[in-house]
Design a protein. Structure first.
Length: 199
């Protein structure tokens, strides 16, 4: 259960570094000034957004650590060791999942940002959001997941992993709803541009 939540958090950290790269490299004309931001200002803005995003994610990491990884000290020794291995990046399966996501982000960055010349046309300000959809989802999951943890804590005698399951279920439902909303918007925009009516 912890691996699922932690993987989503690690993915958010990886995305933050690619957001920094996009801000630093984007050379499109800024709508507010009508000019291209200088390289130094883009890098400075990218670092500021990166630090803000990482600061928020570290705050969430504490909640994930306490409630999901350690289970407030109620997990068995075996579960605590497994979670600690994932936390320390010594679990091969978890590390493979992180590597796969990292490689997918590299492919998306190179093909969707560099090779198609998007960095030449998109202004860096378009990427200066420290609260993107993923960060908001983590925020909602931490808040609602804490309530779910407290609710399922009364059933910890049955299985001490049940409270942590609350975080996973909240993440699953919130992310599923967000994916449906985002994908439906993308689908509507593409069908309206092509003039096709969905069947």
């Amino acid at each position: 259960m912890f691996a699922i939540v932690y993987l989503y958090w690690v993915e958010a950290v990886i995305i933050s570094f690619f957001v920094f790269l996009k801000i630093s490299l984007a050379k499109g004309v800024e709508p507010s000034t009508g000019a291209v931001a200088t390289a130094s200002s883009r890098i400075f803005s990218g670092l500021r957004i990166l630090l803000l995003r990482l600061g928020i994610l570290v705050f969430y990491w504490v909640f994930i650590l306490i409630f999901v990884a350690l289970g407030q000290g109620k997990y068995s020794t075996e579960v605590a060791i497994d979670n600690t291995q994932i936390l320390a990046f010594v679990n091969p399966g978890f590390n493979l999942a992180v590597l796969a996501f990292f490689l997918s982000q590299i492919v998306e960055f190179v093909s969707g940002f560099i090779l198609n010349d998007m960095y030449k046309t998109v202004p860096s300000s378009q990427y200066r959001l420290f609260f993107d959809a993923r960060t908001i989802i983590i925020h909602v999951v931490v808040v609602l997941g804490t309530f779910a943890y407290q609710f399922l804590d009364r059933y910890a005698a049955v299985d001490n992993r049940l409270p942590g399951l609350g975080f996973v279920l909240v993440l699953f439902f919130i992310k599923s709803i967000a994916d449906v909303v985002v994908n439906s918007r993308v689908f509507k925009s593409t069908t309206s541009m092509s003039g096709n009516t969905p069947v």
